[in-house]
Design a protein around this ligand. Structure first.
Ligand code: ADP
Length: 482
């Protein structure tokens, strides 16, 4: 079965968050299920710099007034089709923002061109390769099903995965006239959204199936609290909505061979984590003598991630004997407040602002517990990496966090199945109480060790989820034939 995966990020080519990890891991995860997946990706400078010698480029017909080409290339084992349109993608800054951190003003056009080009690939633009399924990710690719209705590929089934419903690709409707879509697409069951246009909404209406990255989030987004204004659309499609939890790439995230950490370890040799803890303490200039656990956090610094709640709790976490090491970047106000707290608690709280892939591995390998206090979390990956690396997850009871971590309550401890700690609601009080529970458990070495071991043994691989995606693809293909 041939599947075209369309996404704006894929690790290791380009990454700003979990979307990249998932898109980068899916192709090899699905190989064992008989799926041949090619990933359609924009040609950002970081991506193009990894293309050594592409085979013959494929010319793209004029799309929204721009010309470009498609580069079929194998990078890090991922079979990529890179959309090379220098005018739109080969520029400084991030995938979505300029060097100043502001959204590129032409994002509406960049991702409309991207989606229409993908629809042309769905319609056989790449010689001898026509996909049986088109799987699109998030708002940047959400127009693909709509564009496929205008190419010859309308019969090919589409799946749209929502990695985060908060990001919707909402733009001024004045752009619609230039998008090369039928007038009828500007409608309630299309792009129109309170007078604006919403790319994600169009995908939610037009994809044959919708998946999101955990069963709990699939239910949550049907409610006003989590639906981000789209709960009506989501409910209208509830018969075609599925929750498939993310796995992780267990080769890249393997503490027994990880090149980014100070010492290798596995479930049987957990004491070897110590070398990593030492390296972490040195990197963040933490107090060497303290006895309490080291809490880590690797995250975008935003309201979604509950960082304001954490900031409110830092003084108490330190007072209870915890140490903290944080890696993240995001809102300037949150960054400033965290730097202030770090200055107040030298030796107890270290922070590094910015994006640092290798350091994110060391934090998992050397920390005692990873905090994930998100207000909502479609799946979350850092808690899964935490499980695998023995960095016990302490998570908010929401979305994929609720689905992947077993709270160390009395029943779970008695049954010997706990893998971490859950708390809710996401308030400073809730977090403080849970941190107190974590520190108490940390002092009980036998219980802590059991929780850590359970986590390291948990199946966080893609195996089960890859089967679920394959079954969904097969069901859609069968349905399209009847
Ligand atoms: P989201 O996609 O909402 O940001 P996830 O938990 O799903 O959250 O995925 C985040 C991914 O990005 C993880 O792989 C995490 O390790 C990584 N990450 C987040 N912030 C940083 C950072 N500052 N430096 C390195 N990696 C980071």
């Amino acid at each position: 079965m041939k599947v075209l995966s369309v996404a704006s990020e894929a690790f290791p080519l380009i990454k700003t968050g979990g979307l990249a990890d998932v898109v980068g891991a899916l192709p090899s995860a699905l190989t064992g299920c008989g799926v041949e997946m090619r990933v359609f990706l924009p040609g950002y400078p970081e991506v193009l710099s990894q293309v050594k010698k592409p085979p013959k480029a494929i010319k793209l017909p004029k799309v929204l007034g721009t010309e470009g080409r498609i580069l079929p290339v194998l990078v890090s084992g991922i079979d990529c089709l890179i959309l090379d349109v220098p005018e739109l993608f080969d520029r400084p800054g991030g995938p979505y923002t300029d060097v100043g951190g502001n959204d590129h003003a032409d994002n509406w056009r960049r991702f409309a061109v991207f989606s229409k080009a993908a629809a042309l690939v769905a319609d056989g633009l790449v010689p001898s390769w026509r996909p049986d399924i088109v799987h699109v990710h998030d708002w940047q690719a959400a127009l693909v099903p709509l564009y496929m209705e205008t190419t010859g590929a309308s019969g090919t089934p589409t799946v749209m995965t929502v990695h985060n419903l908060a990001f919707q690709g909402q733009f001024d409707s004045k752009h619609f006239a230039l998008m090369e879509l039928e007038k009828s697409a500007f409608a309630m069951d299309g792009l129109e959204y309170y007078g604006d246009i919403s790319y994600l909404k169009a995908g939610l209406h037009r994809a044959h199936a919708i998946t999101t990255v955990s069963p709990t989030y699939a239910q949550e987004i049907r409610t006003p609290e989590f639906g981000m204004g789209l709960e009506g659309v989501v409910n209208a499609r509830s018969g075609d909505l599925f929750g498939i939890v993310n796995g992780i790439d267990t080769d890249i995230w393997n503490p027994a061979s990880d090149p980014h950490i100070a010492g290798h370890f596995d479930t049987a040799r957990r004491t070897k984590r110590k070398v990593n803890q030492k390296a972490l303490i040195e990197h963040f200039e933490l107090d060497k003598q303290a006895k309490g656990p080291i809490f880590t956090l690797i995250t975008r610094l935003t309201w979604q991630k509950g960082i304001d709640v954490l900031i409110e709790s830092i003084d108490d976490i330190v007072a209870m004997g915890g140490r903290l090491a944080i890696l993240g970047s995001g809102d300037k106000a949150l960054e400033g407040a965290l730097l202030g707290a770090a200055a107040r608690h030298r030796g107890k709280f270290g922070i590094q602002l910015g994006y640092d892939e290798p350091l994110s591995h060391l934090l998992q390998a050397g920390g005692d517990a990873i905090l994930v206090p998100s207000r909502f979390e479609p799946c979350g990956l850092t808690q899964l990496y935490g499980l695998r690396y023995g960095c016990v997850p302490v998570v908010a009871r929401t979305g994929g966090l609720a689905d992947t971590i077993i709270d160390a309550n009395e029943a779970a401890l008695a049954a010997g199945v706990a893998t971490g700690f859950q708390f809710g609601p996401v308030t400073a009080d809730g977090l403080r109480q849970t941190v107190r529970r974590v520190i108490r458990t940390f002092d009980d070495k036998k219980t802590w060790s059991r929780i850590q071991q359970n986590g390291m043994r948990a199946d966080v691989s893609w195996t089960r989820s890859a089967e679920s995606y394959t079954q969904l693809y097969q069901a859609l293909i069968e349905k399209s034939r009847t």
